[in-house]
Design a protein around this ligand. Structure first.
Ligand code: NAG
Ligand code: NAG
Ligand code: NAG
Ligand code: NAG
Ligand code: NAG
Length: 500
């Protein structure tokens, strides 16, 4: 593969339009099938499992001592690297887990606890919006722990934050009212601010260039577009529910505009959804980034716009996954754990990454836990999506994905009904690979459930910020997706009630 990438880079540098035929997938890294009992145990809803420990460790990073109420520290790492800030993105994704737990909890004590945290979060987000020192409006990405804005040099704006924050809070508000909570309270403490302000910001600013989720470069990012789309669609319905029809129509019209803008990201020659629309930046010649997969996970809205099982999404996942085979030495020889069970392909942010977790170095980028969990989550959700559809259509766009990840099902360009062997083989492959990615997290994760940001590309040992909050949130949402796929209907509720 390396030669091909170099060749592509060479041609791209000459600005030549490339028509590479990706006729053949390489030999599969592994051929796992079905959900595995070791991963069921690893993620079970108990205090000593990874899921239970991840929950405890994630909550330990909410409202840390001497921080403002409703804030999330990205990691309790105060130097090398210093992640002791409240990032809008990380907080919204963490609070998204809290709102899922709130919605599922049946214990009153658990529910009250989560609701207090979420109302405090809404208050913290409102305070951020009103900070007098914002440099880029509501796209300001980073706040101190006392929740005053960070004013030093930084990649700003990062316009995904208003969208994901609004989505999280609208979901909480909806569950709160379903539980009998007052609409007036929601209007005062959630809708008027911060949600409406963030949604109007998204409606008027979604097409402006923004820094990406890794805070490295300003462009038009697929991730931002998809999370904006979801926020605007949910926002239009939510505004109507709040009796605000004029805001609803503003949001709904912006949502259509965003949806109509998305096709530019697909590159048929590369077979991927490009993570940004624009010239090559930051030496990312491949245009590949797990941000596309994260965009689908955080931004898909059950409306067919870039679903988990979308052919272009699957093709993107395939090309991205195999790009890491060349990038990471641990991919060369660690294909199974000590019991012989399959480990997934190590997944990082993008193949050209040079961030080591504390600085930069040539060939220094590592696989990340949250990226690996995102790939697992995509596979579980794709399986559930296909089961809901009741059939699988393999197209020339998705064929390589299926050939590589599901070789045992002998799939070709055809439609497979849910009772066919091909369909069943495909689902089993998605399950097996989802578990293999989670098993890789288990393999490289620490004792006591601890997960840092990254695991070393050469040795596999944990590196980067310790106890990254987003690592825990991503493992928990992957566990939710797996429970849905396994038919464990009480899983989220059990995890939500755990400890109360
Ligand atoms: C944080 O905010 C919540 C929700 O408003 C409130 O219940 C709680 O008492 C606050 N905690 C502190 C320490 O102020
Ligand atoms: C908030 O924290 C920052 C960073 O530690 C500090 O510079 C600032 O003075 C604090 N502001 C207030 C109002 O406490
Ligand atoms: C859109 O962004 C610009 C620049 O930050 C800001 O001035 C404007 O107020 C934003 N729009 C809304 C509705 O917040
Ligand atoms: C893939 O299929 C589409 C739709 O059937 C077709 O238009 C396109 O030419 C095909 N591409 C290749 C490379 O075969
Ligand atoms: C796929 O092909 C192999 C070899 O021809 C065969 O053994 C296997 O049963 C087939 N699997 C399915 C799901 O059709």
């Amino acid at each position: 593969m390396a030669w091909r990438r170099q060749f592509q880079q060479f041609l791209l540098s000459l600005n030549v339009v490339l028509h590479v035929s990706y006729a053949q997938a390489p030999t599969p890294y592994a051929t796992p099938t079905g959900l595995a009992s070791d991963i069921t145990s690893y993620l079970e809803a108990s205090s000593s499992s990874e899921a239970g420990l991840a929950k405890t460790l994630m909550f330990a990073n909410i409202d840390v001592d001497n921080s403002a109420n409703g804030t999330v520290i990205a990691a309790q790492s105060y130097s090398n690297p210093n992640y002791a800030y409240n990032w809008v993105r990380d907080a919204s994704l963490t609070m998204d887990v809290v709102q899922s737990l709130y919605a599922a909890a049946t214990s009153d004590a658990a529910r009250d606890n989560y609701a207090n945290i979420l109302f405090a979060y809404a208050g913290a987000r409102t305070a951020e919006q009103n900070d007098p020192d914002l440099q880029t409006g509501l796209g300001e990405p980073k706040f101190n722990l006392n929740n005053t804005v960070f004013t030093g040099p930084w990649g700003r704006p990062q316009n995904d934050g208003p969208a994901t924050s609004a989505t999280t809070l609208m979901q909480f508000a909806t569950a709160y009212m379903n539980n009998g909570g007052s609409q007036d309270t929601v209007n005062d403490q959630i809708y008027q601010a911060p949600v409406k302000a963030d949604l109007l910001f998204v409606a008027s600013n979604w097409s402006s260039p923004s820094f990406d989720i890794w805070e490295e470069e300003s462009s038009n990012h697929f991730y931002n577009r998809l999370v904006s789309h979801r926020a605007l669609v949910l926002g239009a319905a939510f505004a109507t529910k709040m009796g605000d029809d004029s805001t609803s129509s503003t949001l709904s019209s912006a949502a259509s505009d965003v949806a109509n803008s998305l096709s530019v990201f697909w590159d048929a020659d590369l077979g991927i959804i490009k993570y940004e629309d624009g010239p090559v930046l930051n030496n990312k010649n491949s245009y590949q980034d797990i941000a596309v997969i994260l965009g689908v996970i955080h931004g898909y809205n059950d409306d067919g716009v870039f679903s988990y099982s979308n052919d272009q999404v699957l093709s993107t996942a395939y090309h991205l996954a195999i790009s890491f085979l060349d990038a990471y030495p641990i991919a060369a020889n660690q294909h199974t754990d000590s019991s012989g069970a399959s480990l997934g392909i190590p997944i990082g942010r993008y193949p050209e990454d040079i961030y080591t977790g504390t600085g930069t170095a040539e060939n220094g980028g590592n696989p990340w836990f949250l990226c690996t969990a995102a790939m697992a989550e995509l596979f579980y959700r794709a399986a559930s999506d296909l089961q809901s559809a009741g059939q699988l259509t393999v197209s020339n766009t998705s064929l390589l994905f299926w050939t590589y990840f599901s070789p045992g099902a002998n799939l070709s360009e055809d439609t497979y009904s849910s009772d066919s062997d091909g369909f069943k083989g495909a689902i089993a492959a998605l399950q097996g690979w989802g578990d293999a990615f989670i098993r890789l997290i288990q393999y490289h994760g620490g004792d006591g459930g601890h997960l840092s940001e990254e695991y070393d590309r050469n040795s596999g040992v944990m590196v980067g910020a310790a106890d990254l909050t987003w690592s825990y949130a991503s493992v928990i949402t992957a566990a939710f997706a797996r429970a849905e796929q396994s038919g464990d209907d009480s899983y989220v509720q059990d995890l939500a009630n755990l400890g109360f």
